[in-house]
Design a protein around this ligand. Structure first.
Ligand code: FAD
Length: 304
């Protein structure tokens, strides 16, 4: 979200931009996966962000454009009692928003950046979790000044284990196909991707709580899957899934975002290229925070 946002803004201003992503597809934590049920069916499941909200004028306007283009739809106005505030989803899952943002942007996928010196440029926007950005800077010998480096290294992230599962029979997750239970010790979010409108066959996404994810991080897939499914038996009628997959998100979201929407410094090397850190750890978290940080990163490069 943050990298694509920055790239689009810079391209709109006529700059030459190269986008590299280690993923096989765009979107990062705006992540949708297909999962075959082993027979004829294929589910589509969101396993990172489940929905997003809009608060700022800039993001509200972007989401309105994405809705007009058919890339985003309103999912619901809250879970349980509902608070009347719109929750949005991508048209075919959360990656739809990223794919729409990526239209017209040339992206080199499956390309893991290790050393920035392989990509000569006037400025680098590192739009990824901070530990991953600092490791690139370390390898590239362009770490920030020591005090700043120490402060950035303190930015911590919650882990989340996500379980994806397909079922033969419809699930009994209450409308609108999502249960949010932030205080639950084990499962904080349950999504029925079929009711959500992105999967043709019954399929469930479960997000484990931060604490449970931390405590069970190293357990085998089988043990984690069994424990999580046992927690939601009331929504599956105890049915055995036709297929399952786990995703361990080491950097699901920042524990405490950095107060500013970006951090920048110069490499101090010939040409003194600018390094800009961007992403959901800067300014405010979540999808909207990543968008706002991406905009700020493009503005920082333009100012430079
Ligand atoms: C389980 C889970 C649930 C969530 N639920 C919600 C929610 O309901 N609502 C909400 O608003 N937000 C939610 N979020 C948070 C939201 O997904 C993120 O805040 C947002 O998507 C982050 O965007 P980003 O651009 O900062 O980072 P990312 O999406 O992480 O993008 C970073 C990109 O950098 C790439 N990359 C990393 N290292 C390298 C490298 N060395 N070389 C090349 N490329 C690299 C990655 O492939 C990725 O594409 C959730 C996240 C998770 C994981």
């Amino acid at each position: 979200m943050s990298g694509l946002t920055a790239a689009r803004q810079l391209l709109d201003q006529g700059h030459s931009v190269r986008v590299l992503d280690k993923g096989r597809g765009v979107g990062g934590r705006l992540a949708t996966r297909r999962l075959s049920d082993g027979a004829d069916g294929e589910a589509r499941l969101d396993h990172g962000a489940q929905f997003f909200t809009t608060r700022s004028e800039a993001f509200t306007s972007l989401v309105a454009d994405a809705m007009s283009a058919g890339a985003v739809e309103e999912w619901c106005r809250g879970f349980g009692d509902g608070d009347g505030y719109p929750r949005y989803r991508g048209e075919s899952g959360m990656t739809s928003l990223a794919k729409w943002l990526a239209e017209g942007v040339q992206i080199e996928l499956a390309n893991t950046v290790v050393d920035l010196s392989e990509y000569p440029a006037d400025a680098y926007i590192l739009a990824m979790p901070v530990p991953q950005a600092l490791s690139i800077c370390s390898f590239s010998k362009c770490l920030p000044p020591p005090l700043l480096q120490r402060e950035l290294a303190r930015i911590d992230y919650h882990p989340v284990i996500a379980l994806l599962a397909t079922f033969a029979e419809p699930l009994s997750v209450p409308a609108p196909g999502g249960v949010q239970q932030p205080e639950h010790p084990v499962v904080t979010f349950i999504a029925d991707n079929q009711q959500k409108g992105i999967s043709q066959i019954p399929s469930l996404t479960l997000h484990a709580s931060h604490q449970w994810s931390t405590e069970h991080w190293l357990e085998t897939d089988d043990a984690v899957i069994a424990a999580l499914l046992a927690e939601v038996a009331e929504h599956t009628d105890g049915a055995i899934p036709t297929a399952t997959q786990l995703q361990r998100w080491r950097y699901a979201g920042p524990v405490e975002p950095w107060p500013e929407p970006t951090v920048t410094w110069g490499t101090g090397q010939p040409g003194d290229a600018q390094i800009v850190l961007s992403g959901d750890a800067f300014g405010s978290s979540k999808v909207e925070g990543a968008f706002l940080s991406g905009r700020a990163a493009a503005a920082a490069v333009l100012t430079h």
